[in-house]
Design a protein around this ligand. Structure first.
Ligand code: AMP
Ligand code: TRP
Length: 332
């Protein structure tokens, strides 16, 4: 059976980008067609300075939202990365497989490190080594497919390279995984800045739709979305990024095709109105289910506890095998 693994970092409130790019597929198809694991990758939230209480709160909220979007603990394994030691055990071997140069070439590292330095802050070493931990997350489970948004494509290429290199050096140990991207909305853009990704840790929030936004907030953000010069509605990602983004979002919500949808609209106003309503309706059940689940934190804890136990059992043999393959002595 196909093995699927994916994760979300608790670095901010989850967004419409997270949902359309990744989480919706996890719930609607992935958990039904494969042996799937979904993880709150909390260790990845520590690559920049964060208040511990906030890390804790956002981790719990992310886990609750994974259940709220429809992940069913009877069908998939849902857990927190920090509860399964195999991830960091294997990350070390991945650091021994990767080179300094290939880590420094990662776009996300370059961008985030530059931002951190511009603020006068220091860059944590873990920001550089992050893709080794991400590769470990995926490889520990013999993962075939990793459903992610487009921003993760480069990290996934690296994970594949590391798997192939390790297998060549030490013998067949890891499955070489592949990223799967959604057909539409693989990269949802910021509504205020349609040439940048809608990212949950951005400081300016007016262009970000959060999964838990009230309907009125969603309507306001979409109605104020930056559109492009011109008046006619055409789908052109390069020349009309603002309008193309709205069409992508509308298409992803309604199941249509962004280019075909463009023909249905004579004005930006009408497009914004329909997009806002489509997003409101898409998020309504998620918000309602989140409210129910948040009232029962004991349930979420129990799901994560049994998920971690199951995940540990799945990862342990492969990580042990990797330790022995590189020449380390068996512990038992
Ligand atoms: P992150 O928020 O970086 O932990 O991302 C969790 C998942 O959501 C990953 O698969 C990302 O690729 C995806 N994702 C995050 N932001 C977006 C976005 N703006 N558009 C599409 N997918 C996204
Ligand atoms: N790096 C991913 C992101 O920023 C999160 C992540 C960590 C992940 N480990 C993973 C995604 C393993 C898929 C598989 O979105």
């Amino acid at each position: 059976m196909t093995r699927i693994f994916s994760g979300v970092k608790p670095t901010g409130h989850l967004t419409l980008g997270n949902y359309l790019g990744a989480m919706r597929r996890w719930a609607e198809t992935d958990q039904h067609r494969a042996d799937a694991l979904f993880c709150v990758v909390d260790l990845h939230a520590l690559t920049v300075d964060r208040d511990p209480a906030r890390v804790r709160r956002l981790s719990r909220q992310a886990a609750t939202l994974l259940l709220a979007v429809g992940l069913d603990p009877e069908r998939c394994t849902l857990f927190a990365q920090s509860h399964v030691d195999e991830h960091t055990r294997l990350a070390y071997l991945m650091e021994c497989t990767a080179s300094d140069g290939e880590m420094r070439r990662m776009i996300q590292y370059k961008e985030k490190a530059a931002r951190e330095q511009a603020r006068g802050g220091s860059v944590r070493l873990s920001l550089l080594t992050y893709p080794a931990l991400m590769a470990a997350d995926v490889l520990a489970y013999g993962t075939d497919e990793v459903p992610v948004g487009e921003d993760q494509a480069q990290h996934m290429e690296l994970a594949r390279d590391l798997a192939v290199r390790f297998n060549q050096r030490y013998g067949m140990t890891f499955v070489v995984p592949r990223a799967t991207l959604p057909a539409v909305a693989a990269r949802v853009m910021d509504l205020q800045e349609p040439t940048s990704k809608m990212g949950k840790s951005h400081v300016r929030t007016a262009g970000i739709v959060y999964l838990l936004d009230e309907p009125e907030a969603v309507r306001k953000k979409v109605s104020r979305a930056v559109t492009d010069a011109g008046r006619d509605v055409v789908y052109d990602r390069a020349e009309r990024p603002g309008v193309a983004n709205l069409l992508d979002v509308l298409a992803a919500c309604t199941g249509g095709d962004p280019e075909a949808l463009a023909g249905d609209y004579a004005s930006y106003g009408a497009l914004k109105k329909d997009t806002a309503e489509a997003v409101v309706e898409l998020l309504r059940p998620v918000r309602e289910r989140h409210a129910e689940l948040a009232a029962d934190p004991g349930y979420v804890d129990a799901v994560l506890r049994s998920g971690a136990e199951r995940a540990r059992g799945m990862a342990r043999p492969r990580v042990d095998a990797a330790y022995q393959a590189v020449g380390l002595m068996p512990a038992g």
